[in-house]
Write a protein that binds this ligand. Structure first.
Ligand code: ADP
Ligand code: MG
Length: 282
């Protein structure tokens, strides 16, 4: 299947949302890419990691990104989050085009508007859960909004664990601390790259349930890379990448529908040849 000509925009679904969440949705797009191309290297080592990708991530929605290893999932997140430069096209957070920003402005935008969750929880072992959650804001010299923070901590189910250090928490709890840390500053958008990749299925379900509640109850926007059809089924929409292009999408996915779509994609003969040599980059 070829990439749709215009920006890929999933159909919005009616959802129960708090007033606050509805208010946060007044601008419909939290982040977008237009003809975003990313090329690494030159000559023989040249790799087109993203090939003219256009996508909109609707505010207050949970989008999963799937695709084979090396299809460009992490590159898309890094470019959208201003962690990597782009070769051509545009990447926007809200209305702000990232390539128009100077280094300092980009750093500030990343700090204020973007949250990250990685596969490794990246918590500081000597700090308590509470201290880890507010660390980025403490470094930035910003005072957390207490009411918001309490709500985040309640939603994430960590109120009884705030004085624990990471070693005293399960993997799932540690990742929930990382999710709360990403949410603490109320970013415009959260990018999560395989957030359940290191978790057993029950802990993974805890984290996914929490990510989904952050969208439904707090109006957060979440974009998550995953290999797991069950994880993807927590999202409102799934987009599928292959060879740096968006090749398919699903609205209100079920795990079975995602699995079927993945099978179709890996069976597509024009792509199978390209993908075969690269099975281990992620
Ligand atoms: N820093 C880099 N330098 C050179 N090539 C890269 C770099 N990062 C990623 N790539 C290449 O870009 C393509 C997409 O990689 P990536 O976005 O990590 O894929 P995914 O996350 O879907 O596994 C792969 O071919 C990968 O080898
Ligand atoms: Mg990756």
């Amino acid at each position: 299947m070829s990439q749709p000509p215009g920006a890929h925009r999933p159909v919005p679904a009616p959802q129960s949302l708090t007033t606050q969440a509805v208010a946060r949705r007044s601008t419909p797009v939290a982040a977008s890419a237009t003809d975003l191309t990313k090329v690494y290297g030159q000559g023989e080592t040249r790799v087109t990691a993203l090939d003219s990708v256009s996508v909109e991530f609707g505010r207050g929605r949970f989008t999963a990104i799937m695709g084979p290893s090396g299809s460009g999932k992490s590159t898309l997140m890094h470019c959208m989050a201003g962690l990597d430069t782009i070769s051509s096209g545009t990447a926007r957070i809200g209305d702000v085009e990232l390539s128009s920003l100077r280094d300092k402005q980009l750093t500030r935008l990343r700090r204020d508007k973007v949250g990250f969750i990685f596969q490794a929880f990246n918590l500081l072992p000597t700090l308590t859960a509470a201290e880890n959650i507010t660390l980025p804001m403490d470094i930035a010299g910003r005072k957390p909004d207490r009411e918001w923070l309490n709500r985040v901590i309640d939603t994430v189910g960590l109120s009884q664990r705030l004085s624990h250090r990471p070693s005293q928490l399960s993997g799932g709890q540690q990742q929930r601390v990382a999710v709360a840390r990403a949410l603490a500053s109320r970013p415009e958008i959260i990018f999560a790259d395989e957030p359940t990749g290191n978790l057993d299925s029950q802990s993974g379900a805890e984290v996914l349930g929490f990510l989904r509640s952050s969208v439904l109850e707090l109006g957060q926007t979440v974009v998550m890379v995953t290999h797991d059809p069950v994880a993807a089924s927590y999202a409102n929409d799934v987009i599928f990448l292959a060879d740096g292009r968006i090749v398919d999408s699903l609205h209100q996915p079920t795990a079975d529908a995602v699995l079927d779509r993945m099978r179709d994609l890996s069976a597509a003969p024009d792509r199978r040849a390209d993908l075969a040599p690269d099975g281990c980059s992620s």
